[in-house]
Design a protein around this ligand. Sequence first.
Ligand code: CA
Length: 449
Amino acid sequence: MSQFSRRRFLYTAGASGLGAIALKGCTGNPPGREAAAPSSPGAVPAVNSGGGDAPEVTTARLGYLPIFEAAPFIVAVEKKLFAKYGMTDVQVLKQSSWGALRDNIVIGSAGGGIDGAQFQMPMPYLIAEGRITDNRKVPMYVMLQTSTQGNGIAIANKHLGKNLHLDVSKAKGYLEELNSKGTPFTAAYTFPGANQELWIRYWLAAGGVNPDTDVKLIVVPPAQTVANMKTGTMDGFSTGDPWPYRILSDNIGYMAALTAQIWKDHPEEYFGMRADWVDKHPKAAKAIMKGLMEAQQWCDKPENRKELGQILGGRQYFNLPINIVESPLVGKYNMGDGQPEINDANMGPLYWKDSKGSVSYPYKSHDTWFLTENIRWEMLPAETDVKALVDKTNREDLWKEAAKEAGISDADIPKDTSRGIEKFFDGVSFDPANPNDYLKNLKVKKVKI
Ligand code: CA
């Protein structure tokens, strides 16, 4: 059994219990918010109320996790932007973990689960291929990118002064020493095979550290991360804002790297939906996307960031003190361990535009990178037909249709499904037209290529 399938087994073995808890959590979301608590559950045909462009239904159940990537969903509810496009009864439901979110997608709203969600990549692909769902294949579509940046790698205070910063090569000897003593550096993330694990693997490997043999990688439920860092069972933690910041402000650890340093303007999380739901309700799916796009534009306006922090930090959503939410939202990161402070809004989470263009548009070239990175670490077989998978799953065509219908200017609609060659902080390039060359040239990898 490969490492990935063993972990997959462990994860799915405990999934049914998690799912049940998550569903309770869903219905237990505080009521009282108009858009989050529909008065008419179930599909409500809208054909008589809005003419030919009206969505087929006015309701959908969408899942999110309380990290900054969820902001477009939350803002679309709070600012009634789903309703603006005819989706008057969208429910945005907090999930207890990535595993619970996945289980609720597999169940679908027909079974009390969800129709779509915020996703780490390439989760929608792994669900569609049955690789994280006990071989149960649930066709999925990738619809829109929620955000860029806003993630990071936190390190426990006991490693202060050991040069564990962006360039890990300077701490390679230290990590080897820990490993040889039988106390390997233990790094965690909240779901295997997706963004958080891929960021920490990329960062380690860029410094010549083999994530499979030189350190220990573990999956930790989100609720336990801060506690595990405190008790010392976890040395490093890869996650989304505001959690890395929390670790620093609680004086538990420091930041080794921001994902914005590893890969400026990188693809982060996505909005994905069950393919059967989108195929049945294409107009409703586009209406949801229009609401999300407008929310993304709202989130990116500097004058709205303070209010965004207040909304996200609220009891119904993240339930966190405002100062913890506010700083990373304006790109303020106290890195710690003698590293210069970062104070640049362009290094924090961005939702609509970054220095390379569109954040929201789901470039096929980025899906290709995530799947290639899964092949790099033998999470997917080397013979995987990446192009066929991406063509089947990525719905950039629907994004473009929705953008045009919403009156988004042509300049903000990418012409090419590829963003072109991507460059990482260690000088490595990824040419989406030749993913095999990227794999061949990487020094640290698991795949034999
Ligand atoms: Ca993330």
